[in-house]
Design a protein around this ligand. Structure first.
Ligand code: ADP
Length: 183
């Protein structure tokens, strides 16, 4: 009986949702997605419309960027959602939410959100992934701050994202030249 259950489970596709702002996507996010694909068959990167953060990129722009980044990975699906995450997840075949943890400061917020989501839907679990040592200091917020002041973010975000950041902040041509940012 237990064996039959195991066989049945093996044929079930394991789908996880990775929600966030992704404003913009960084190598920290990409690392979490790649590692999640070792555990789950499909990862849905779900871009939230409703967050308390002031967005630099529109959701459409973020969707385009994330799609381009994972264009070569068939088991990554890119989507967006409005309203409560649990309502969105209920309309998919996912049972798991993935979140990344960079520092103890992330923990309290994430712990409360995971507990709230589980209280709203007891069938839903959150899986936390520890950041990689190369990306523990990388957040979309700091990437935007650095880029807005002309700092180089290459190595922390894909080239496409670095380019879009330069376009958004429209740094003067002279400054771009000095930084070696000529396209
Ligand atoms: P941010 O906090 O950078 O604005 P998001 O709101 O898009 O990013 O975060 C989505 C999820 O990705 C969150 O669980 C966040 O903790 C996680 N995350 C973001 N950056 C990293 C990173 N460098 N390493 C691990 N997890 C990360």
């Amino acid at each position: 009986m237990a064996q039959k259950g195991k066989e049945e489970n093996q044929s079930v596709s394991r789908v996880a949702i990775y929600p966030g702002s992704f404003d913009p996507i960084t190598y920290g996010h990409i690392d979490i997605v790649e590692r999640s694909l070792e555990i789950f068959d499909t990862v849905i990167v779900a871009i939230a419309y409703d967050t308390s953060k002031n967005a630099l990129f529109t959701v459409k722009e973020r969707m385009e960027t994330v799609k381009a980044v994972f264009a070569h990975v068939p088991n990554v699906v890119v989507d967006s959602f409005k309203g409560l995450l649990v309502h969105y997840v209920e309309n998919t075949n996912a049972k798991v939410i993935i979140r990344g943890l960079r520092a103890t400061s992330d923990f309290e917020y994430e712990f409360h959100m995971a507990s709230m989501n589980r209280s709203l839907n007891p069938h839903l679990d959150t899986v936390f992934m520890m950041t990689s040592k190369d990306y523990f200091f990388v957040s979309s917020r700091t990437i935007k701050e650095v880029a807005s002041l002309g700092g180089a973010v290459e190595g922390l975000v894909p080239g496409l994202v670095a380019k879009r950041l330069r376009q958004k902040f429209r740094l003067p041509v002279t400054k771009k030249k000095a930084l070696g940012w000529d396209d």
